[in-house]
Write a new protein. Structure first.
Length: 607
């Protein structure tokens, strides 16, 4: 399960019937008003999720798919090997353990090059599937819109133009979900993943290839001689299917390199033209399924009003407001800078640093032997279907002088002990799990300890919950944690924060999750249940289309993922810093089959 670090984020490795795909809207030009030639544009609002008949993925969270931090970049560099240089591009192959390689796919490969153009211009070109694409993508033959889902995601049909012995080898086509997001640093991420769709069945004369993961990472570089410069990474992990792949190993690599060479095509297109790319246009797919589209859908299409194509700035605005807020976003203005003279600030900083540890550090060790959950703890590195305590120093939090230099420090030891983890499933959502007889919350209450239960709820045909139980001797009066526990829901929602990380997982999952902190209360619906000796936090991932998309992304690969999560209360004032973790956990290679149905007694109460 991956508590898919939300944010961008809560990665919960679980099945989800509600996977979000962000649609691209349609627009007609005056001279081309037929429905089959409507153009694809990106709406700036998030819809109510995809139709029930469509199984989608994505996540965005600023969330969810987020800026890579330096640690992400180090991880990425460490797991890629340069295999060749051609056409001014560096070609890399991903180094992954054989056990975690999709059975039908070869290793992922990516091309990295520099294009002298702005990120926005490159993004517009990459998103288009009109005639202009023939000028820079030699593997492109045809593309059309199958279904738009919301402002960031669409399902597309794509035919490949591959030149490898075309007399003997059938052409390939694709049906996939395309998701895009813009990060706060001005970079763009465009992700691909194959998806079946009832209106995009197998086509006569084509072999349906399968994209395990793929996409573009468009990142701004420093300008040179007054010209903008952008690094473009194009990744593909694809199974071309058919008999040719098995008999001719060079077929797969040749075609993959042909697709990756589109980065060189982008570079040359911009170097040889002064034009700005036009708004991407894409025909709408028609007659792609054996069964005609229902009359209800036809009526909906006819009634859809034609909207003007949004500008790039409008799309940026929509993207920012439709994603989860992370603590480094432009909208995070909560930090209150103290008005102190430098000398007074220095003395106060030294004094507060000395008293912070004394103020909120638990005084004695807690006997963990009396606590248990149905998900086992295993501290070995290669263990599966288990949890362990993650080192707090793997996470960076706001330092005491964050307001002055924006520095962050290793989080260190958490305030509470993680004593147990439960992995539940049921036909309905599981609320207030602390009422379950014999759970860690009730054991802690009997011993006079205070506990905090974080219940991450995952929707679907089967509902899942992963519950983390944190325990401490007592809350320190006046501490930030005590004010969070006893505060109102508005205060809690503005402070409860998650820091995610994916130490082991595919490229597309690491891209989606990232490691940027997320204020969960601003991203999803949270219910707080305050008991005499506990606080339960029920995090409803189903309330966010973005979070649902993340769950769809990890569908099918949950057993290959290792996810770290740290929970904390955000510090917004000088006296609340440095930040301290409530606790941190690592969940490894979770199996859906290991979840159990809990017995929740509505009449039971925690003493």
């Amino acid at each position: 399960m991956l508590l898919y670090p939300l944010a961008k984020y809560i990665p919960i490795m679980v099945p989800c019937d509600i996977c979000v795909i962000h649609k691209d809207a349609l627009r007609c030009s005056p001279e081309d008003e037929e429905e089959s030639h409507r153009a694809l544009m990106r709406r700036t609002t998030i819809g109510n999720g995809p139709p029930e008949s469509v199984l989608d993925w994505t996540q965005e969270q600023d969330s969810w798919i987020t800026n890579e931090t330096s640690s992400d970049q180090l991880f990425s560099r460490k797991h890629w090997r340069l295999v060749r240089c051609q056409n001014g591009l560096r070609i890399f192959e991903e180094l992954v353990e054989v056990d975690y390689l999709p059975r039908s796919c070869s290793r992922a490969m990516k091309a990295v090059g520099v294009v002298e153009a702005s990120c926005e211009a490159i993004f517009e070109l990459v998103m288009g599937m009109d005639g202009t694409r023939f000028e820079w993508d030699c593997s492109f033959q045809y593309g059309s819109l199958v279904e738009e889902v919301d402002g960031h995601t669409a399902i597309l049909y794509h035919r490949l133009q591959l030149d490898w012995f075309s007399i003997f080898v059938w052409p390939r086509d694709l049906c996939y979900v395309r998701y895009w997001r813009r990060n706060d640093d001005g970079s763009y991420v465009v992700l691909f993943q194959s998806r079946e769709h009832p209106n995009c069945g197998p086509q006569p004369g084509f072999v349906r290839a399968h994209i395990e993961s793929g996409g573009f990472n468009i990142f701004p570089l420093k300008s040179r001689n007054g010209r903008p410069r952008t690094q473009v990474q194009h990744l593909m992990q694809i199974d071309l299917k058919g008999w040719g792949v098995g008999y001719f190993p060079s077929f797969q690599q040749h075609c993959l390199l042909q697709m990756l060479n589109s980065v060189a095509g982008l570079r040359e297109w911009f170097s040889q033209t002064d034009e700005s790319p036009k708004v991407p246009r894409m025909p709408v797919m028609v007659n792609m399924s054996a069964d005609s589209v229902s009359s209800k859908k036809e009526r909906k299409d006819r009634e859809t009003s034609v909207q003007p194509t949004p500008t790039v700035d409008q799309m940026h605005s929509g993207s920012r407001h439709s994603t989860m807020l992370d603590e480094d976003s432009e909208e995070d203005d909560d930090y209150q800078i103290p008005e102190l003279e430098p000398e007074v600030y220095a003395l106060k900083l030294e004094s507060d640093n000395k008293r912070t540890v004394v103020k909120e550090e638990p005084s004695d060790q807690i006997d963990l032997s009396c606590f248990s959950g149905n998900l086992r703890r295993d501290d070995r590195d290669k263990s599966r279907d288990c949890w362990r305590i993650s080192d707090g120093n793997n996470f960076r939090v706001r330092s005491k002088h964050f307001a002055y230099d924006k520095t962050k420090i290793p989080a260190g030891k958490p305030l509470m002990e993680l004593v147990a983890v439960d992995w539940f499933k049921d036909a309905k959502r599981m609320d207030h799990v602390a009422r379950r007889q014999g759970c860690a919350v009730q054991v802690a209450s009997e011993k006079g300890l205070f506990s905090l239960a974080i219940n991450v709820q995952v929707p679907g045909s089967t509902h899942y919950s992963m519950v983390f139980y944190f325990v401490t001797k007592q809350l320190v009066p006046g501490s930030l944690l005590q004010r969070f526990v006893d505060g109102d829901d508005e205060f809690r929602n503005s402070r409860f924060k998650l820091i995610p990380s994916v130490p082991k997982g595919s490229w597309i999952v690491r891209q989606s999750v990232g490691s940027t902190p997320c204020l969960l209360g601003k991203a999803v619906d949270i219910t707080y249940i305050r008991g005499p000796k506990y606080l339960e936090i029920d995090v409803d991932i189903g309330s966010s289309t973005v979070a649902n998309g993340v769950l769809g992304l990890v569908l099918g690969v949950i057993t290959t993922l290792v996810v770290d999560m740290a929970f904390l209360v955000q510090g917004n004032t000088f006296d609340e810093l440095p930040e301290r973790l409530i606790g941190a956990v690592r969940v490894s290679h979770i199996e859906l089959s290991s979840a159990i149905v809990p017995v929740l007694d509505d009449k039971s109460k925690t003493e």
